[in-house]
Design a protein around this ligand. Sequence first.
Ligand code: GDP
Length: 181
Amino acid sequence: YEVVGPPERTYKVVFAGDAAVGKSTFIVRLCKGYFVNNIASTLGVDYKVKTLSVDEKNIAIQLWDTAGQERFRSITKTYFRRADGVLLLFDVTSERSFLNVRQWIQSIDDTCQTRVPLVLCGNKEDMRATAAAEGRSTVSLIEGEKLARDCGAFYIETSCKTGIGVMDALVQLARQMVTTE
Ligand code: GDP
């Protein structure tokens, strides 16, 4: 996905999902290629840009973080407005964040006239085995896939720690955005 030459188009991608599912960490993993534990909450900067080459097209993707607003359930419609795509994250070790996925999709659908390309990510995949061993309930691949199917979304398990699935999720979303035009 190495980029040679200037981007032909810029896309706006917004991150959605409950607080602490890993949205800011996901952006750092995508842009810097490493894992940071406990990022200071997003202050100031609205988005980071990642350039990609998909299907022989150079594109720039703005990755918009929520700046912690999701904690107050006050994500305004302006956040999702004019989004070209959404990366919706939940934490596979947090049942609550999984149960809230439908609500997130509802708010996105309420804001955008047409369904925007959306990829659902079951994040913190690296923590599932430990969480399960501790007796905590976790979300399986099958459950994640089923929810995504019900919502008409693509599903992928990710880990910002190991990096698994992170780039694949963005590339999958980029492909959808490029082809929906
Ligand atoms: P946000 O509120 O959705 O932006 O979540 P953060 O990016 O602040 O992440 C919350 C916490 O989860 C931080 O301590 C991260 O380091 C941690 N975290 C995020 N993604 C992963 C992951 O894939 N695996 C593990 N083990 N920890 C993660």
